[in-house]
Design a protein around this ligand. Structure first.
Ligand code: KIV
Ligand code: ZN
Length: 526
């Protein structure tokens, strides 16, 4: 559970944690986040002690640019990094977004595998090498912290990889990141590539070698750790392993593996592991991506001991079946907390204990919701409060569409119906719709009041706690013209939570539409 005396006495090499939840994580279809959400995550990552935050890809969209700029201007402590392809336009845009940062980093990349150069870039290898020298030198014109990545690095021929990395180092890159873009490598190969570069690239010892692993074959964390053992000193990862396809190496798994197995992997990070659960919950709440129950470190069952033999062992000595303590990752027991007579003081203290620091308006809003919840629900647990606060911060009082009233008729006799009042841009509108069940009826009423072409991609309900009076957290994912948004809401009434989650997604869609067409208005039905 802890380091042995001998291992603890050995000085440990520092491994930098580069979090790319807001860039590579956000590239996961449906995981898009708005500026406020990105800022909240970045602030929590900074509090956790992450070394570098990759805040986005500024050229990708106006929203990405604004988010990187807001994080660069606001978040102090970690290095703030922005991604750029190997073009001057990308790099200039990245710098505009990053220039306010205390410690800015430009991360530029280009593909180097034969497959990518031929089919994706349609460039000759020599042209790619020229681009590397040009792009890294251009980025160095702005900052002396430049990271370079050969995309599809692990499928790049070794001779060419050595030439490419050598050119990047000569041009001034200070971090060389080797991506396993398609999650194809395996631990031994991942380590061999790092060792090979350390042996063959002149000047490599003066730069930080980084590893960036995708999880297509479920080996991202193992591949990243193998790279560290071979000499990488930066690991790129995401909270909950979020990321394209099967995701990226999970930050919490990397950090806890290095901590728990410091005896055989003598490396340390500066991450405050007690913030891990808060980060996991926040990312899950914001993206609507649930954490799988048996996910290592942060899954609901990661510390649950069901079998009699295990429970007996745990009672005698926790170390029998537990290699890390729940409190090390910030997991507190779901205690019975407050009742309907609890005051503001107790409520604020409890929120602080759970890691929430709310502004005055958000606090008052959350407090009112808590009172309403305590009236309806006999017992209010920590998880209820988390759902309540996440819900309060997901839906905003300035949202253009607000749910004002809902009454549904459900039961064995069809058709089920929903009578709904929405406030749309300050004006109340009412509609009653039928449907195949109460949720369908409520969604039909929303569609009648706010006509739209978005299609429903995901509808998901989770019980926050046990019991029939448990709150339900509902996620709704909508897609319109390639734009994907996820809305969330929590309520003890599943139909109310579903309606508010749908409306939350629509509000996000409106914000995204406005960004691409500034004059757009909500088209409410007459
Ligand atoms: O997976 C990848 O290749 C990337 C690069 C942009 C670093 O995310
Ligand atoms: Zn990636």
């Amino acid at each position: 559970m802890t380091d042995t005396t001998e291992a603890a006495a050995t000085p440990k090499d520092r491994v930098l944690i580069f979090d790319t939840t807001l860039r590579d994580g956000e590239q996961s279809p449906g995981a898009s986040m708005n500026l406020d959400e990105k800022l909240r995550i970045a602030l929590l990552l900074a509090e956790m002690g992450v070394d570098i935050i990759e805040a986005g890809f500024p050229i990708a969209s106006e929203g990405d640019f604004e988010a990187v700029r807001a994080i660069a201007d606001t978040v102090k402590g970690p290095t703030i990094c922005g991604l750029a392809r190997a073009s001057k336009g990308d790099i200039d845009r990245a710098w505009r977004a990053l220039e306010g940062a205390e410690k800015p980093r430009i991360h530029t990349f280009i593909s180097t595998s034969p497959l990518h150069m031929k089919h994706k870039l349609q460039m000759e290898p020599e042209q790619v090498l020229e681009k590397i020298a040009e792009s890294v030198a251009h980025a160095r014109g702005y900052t002396d912290d430049v990271q370079w990545s050969p995309e599809d690095g692990t499928r790049t021929e070794h001779e060419f990889l050595v030439r490419a990395v050598t050119i990047a180092v000569e041009a001034g890159a200070t971090t060389i990141n080797i991506p396993d873009t398609v999650g194809y490598t395996a631990p031994r190969e991942s380590a061999d590539i790092i060792r090979m570069l350390k042996e063959r690239v002149p000047g490599i010892d003066d730069v930080v070698i980084s590893t960036h692993c995708h999880n297509d074959l479920g080996m991202a964390v193992s591949n990243a750790l193998a790279a560290v053992e071979a000499g990488a000193r930066q690991v790129e990862c995401t909270i909950n392993g979020l990321g394209e396809r099967a995701g990226n190496a999970a930050l919490e798994e990397i950090v806890m593996a290095l901590r728990v197995r410091g005896d055989i992997m003598p490396f340390e990070t500066r991450v405050d592991t007690t913030k891990i659960m808060a980060a996991s919950r926040l990312v899950s709440a914001v993206t609507g991506f649930p954490v799988q129950f048996n996910k290592a470190v942060v899954g609901k069952n990661a510390f649950a001991h069901e079998s009699g033999i295990h429970q007996d062992g745990m009672l005698k000595h926790a170390g029998t079946y537990e290699i890390m303590r729940p409190e090390d990752v910030g997991l507190t027991k779901s205690n019975l907390v407050l009742g309907k007579h609890s005051g503001r003081h107790a409520f604020r203290d409890k929120l602080r204990e759970l890691g929430y620091e709310l502004g005055d308006n958000a606090f008052m809003d959350a407090f009112e919701r808590f009172k309403a919840l305590a009236d309806r629900k006999k017992e209010v647990f920590d998880d209820d409060l988390r759902a309540l606060v996440d819900d309060a911060t997901t839906s905003q009082s300035n949202d253009r569409i607000q749910v004002k009233f809902l009454r549904v008729i459900s039961g064995t006799e069809a058709p089920q119906s929903a009578d709904l009042i929405l406030e749309i841009d300050g004006e109340e509108r009412r509609h009653t719709a039928k449907g195949d069940g109460p949720v369908d009826a409520a969604f039909n009423a929303i569609k009648a009041l706010v006509p739209h072409e978005a299609s429903l991609k995901l509808y998901q309900v989770h019980a926050v706690t046990d019991g029939t009076d448990a709150q339900a957290t509902v996620s709704v994912r909508l897609e319109e013209g390639g734009k994907i948004v996820t809305g969330q809401a929590a309520d003890t009434d599943t139909i109310v939570a579903s309606t508010r989650a749908y409306v939350n997604a629509l509000n996000k869609l409106l914000v995204r539409r406005e960004k691409s067409a500034p004059s757009c208005s909500v088209s409410a039905a007459e």
